[in-house]
Design a protein around this ligand. Structure first.
Ligand code: F6R
Length: 607
């Protein structure tokens, strides 16, 4: 949430700052801004809304200078207008910030009492004013930042630019990610490697509490105590950070279509095709056989992947699973057995609540296992073991391919657990692996139903409310379907366990509420059929997402999306496709901004 960049360059940096911000726009698009120094003079341009608005301003009034910082905002404190847009500045410095300064009210009161005049409603402006105040008391820029940092509570990544100081920038990391990139006579700062990929493939990730002085020759990094430290430089594969839409209209469409390929890539990492077995490349620091339960925590779509996995771990490995959303886990502080296992799931690997829950689990002596898409992320670095997903960069704010890759890894893990616990014999494992290998092909077939889904979406777009129903693993898929639809089309949607309908939600059913039922032909299909009859009897309009046997069941439906036949165990991976396509086409038909839905951002680094 919020993306920050900085460049100490050799030539004009405004265009490069904007290019880096374009790659960070997934983190927020409420406003954008940059500040540069031109012959030592600090100047900035800021604009409400998307980066394109800032680009228009820069075209009218260019910003010269070979050193600068930039920001793309997801508003936390203060409305998304130009006054609240970053960089925030005084006559001495400009600052950009990702995160929340929790004690900003106290600091603001103190600074106002000392004569500071605030312009914005943001928490960030206290950082600019505090450092400026310390400089007014005689401290140089470096000493002022060093003195200010311990006074800031909360989670943040910051970049500072100082009037008259053309040779350096300062960056600081405390609870939000920050990377340094090294170029030829240029040095860069960015919220992630994706932002820096156009400029360099040599990156250092700052660690918690680190701050750094960036010059054209490199960076001097200090830890929380102020001691100089060395942090490893890593080479990143810049092609892996290509961000374009290919032939698609939206990133979300491209990412939905990429799923057969990325799920295949993920499977290739976890499956020995010849032996028909799951192979975990990394040695696990715990033994599944000795676990009495598994705790899973995550947010949003990643949480729903965990909810599907609960069914898999419990049925395939007879391992009891406790699962909660990370914003609850972290404050609920559940009792966790020493040497037990907490599994966290995250696309970005930076989600604040998931990270806090991970740290809580570690503090209880638990082993931690992370299923993450960004292998260099904080969650990946802080977990005792990592199971990467191979979805590649996901730019659309609504998670699609990361979700199906998470499911793929989680099913492989459940199989490994089942084998280790003596629940699955080789034959059973091979049968599921054989089914799993068919998932990419089945997903490709599901994608071919796109035109049909598009037609159906026109009906769904008329609705004010939509219900999603499912049983077993299709229940979390119903929750995910509802989330996907509401976040990009803004239609109110809710997911329910089909059997729960008669305990209240059935009161909502009438002809105006489409009911999307996710029902592959599995062992409990007939139970779901009974629930569909109940809906039909009350005039509800059912859209069945099922297979040929479901279609042949003679149900009174508005429409049936007939999916290819799928082994029920892998059904969630394949059924992710129609669920995503329904949301995507409904939102596109309604003219919504599917890649950047209102009020949302990716990589939620604030709680
Ligand atoms: C929904 C969506 C979010 C994320 C959630 C967790 O489409 O993308 O619900 O799943 O914010 O994010 P990560 O996986 O990065 O921890």
């Amino acid at each position: 949430m919020c993306g920050i960049v900085g460049i100490v360059g050799r030539e004009s940096v405004a265009d490069a700052l904007v290019e880096a911000l374009r790659r960070l726009e997934y983190r927020g698009y409420d406003s954008a801004g940059i500040a540069t120094l031109d012959h030592g003079r600090l100047d900035r341009r800021r604009a409400e809304g998307k980066l394109s608005n800032l680009q228009r301003k820069l075209a009218e009034a260019p910003l010269p200078g070979d050193i600068g910082i930039g920001h793309t905002r997801w508003a936390t404190h203060g409305r998304p207008n130009e006054t609240n847009a970053h960089p925030h500045a005084t006559e001495r410095l400009a600052v950009v910030h990702n995160g929340i300064i929790e004690n900003f009210r106290e600091l603001k009161a103190e600074l106002v009492a000392a004569g500071a005049r605030f312009e914005s409603e943001t928490d960030t402006e206290v950082v600019a004013q505090l450092v400026s105040h310390l400089m007014g008391q005689g401290l140089g820029p470096v000493a002022a930042v060093e003195a200010a940092l311990p006074r800031l509570h909360g989670a943040f990544a910051l970049a500072f630019l100082f009037a008259g100081e053309e040779d350096f920038l300062i960056g600081a990391r405390h609870g939000a990610p920050l990377a340094i990139g090294y170029g030829q006579g240029e040095t860069y700062l960015g919220s992630d490697a994706l932002a820096l990929a156009p400029f360099t493939d040599e990156i250092t990730y700052l660690e918690e509490g680190d701050w750094a002085i960036l010059t054209r020759d490199g960076a001097e990094i200090r830890d929380i105590t102020g001691a100089a430290v060395r942090r490893p430089r890593q080479r990143i594969a810049t092609q892996a950070y290509r961000v374009d839409k290919g032939n698609h209209r939206h990133f979300m469409a491209k990412e939905i279509h990429e799923q057969p390929e990325v799920v295949g890539r993920t499977l290739a990492h976890y499956i020995d095709m010849a032996r028909g077995q799951v192979v975990l490349q990394e040695a696990l620091p715990f033994d599944f056989a000795r676990l009495s339960r598994l705790s899973i925590t995550a947010c949003g779509t990643a949480y729903y992947a965990g909810l599907v996995a609960k069914y898999w771990f419990e049925t395939l490995a007879r391992l009891p699973v406790e699962i909660d959303v990370a914003s609850e886990t972290r404050y609920r502080e559940p009792p966790l057995e020493r040497d037990g296992l907490t599994l966290v799931i995250s696309q970005s690997g930076e989600t604040a609540d998931t990270l806090a829950s991970l740290r809580y689990a570690k503090s209880q002596g638990q082993h931690t296992l992370a299923v993450v898409n960004v292998p260099t992320s904080t969650i990946a670095r802080e977990s005792s073991a990592v199971m990467p997903t191979f979805a590649g960069p996901e730019i659309g704010v609504a998670s699609t391919k990361a979700f199906s890759c998470q499911l793929t890894v989680l099913l492989c893990l459940a199989l490994a657990a089942g084998r280790a616990r003596g629940v699955l014999d080789a034959e059973h494992e091979r049968a599921i692996v054989d089914a799993l290998i068919t998932a990419p092909g089945l997903m490709a077939e599901a994608i071919k139903m796109e035109a049909e889904v598009e037609g159906l979406s026109r009906e769904i777009a008329k609705a004010r409310d939509v219900l999603y129903l499912g049983r077993g693993t299709s229940y979390p898929m119903a929750l995910e379907g509802a989330l996907k639809l509401k976040e990009i089309s803004y239609i109110h949607a809710e997911g329910y366990a089909a059997g729960e309908l008669k305990h209240g939600p059935i009161a909502l059913i009438d002809e105006s509420v489409p009911v999307i039922v996710i029902a592959p032909h599995d062992a409990i299909f007939e139970k779901t059929v009974s629930n569909m009859q109940e809906v039909a009897a009350r005039g509800g309009r059912i859209i069945l997402v099922g297979d040929a046997r479901g279609a042949a069941a003679g149900l009174d439906t508005l429409a049936t999306l007939t999916m290819p036949d799928v082994d029920p165990v892998i059904a969630p991976i394949v059924y992710a496709v129609p669920i995503q396509l329904i949301a995507y086409h409904t939102a596109v038909f309604m003219g919504k901004d599917v890649d950047q839905p209102r009020n949302l951002a990716k990589s939620v680094t604030v709680e």
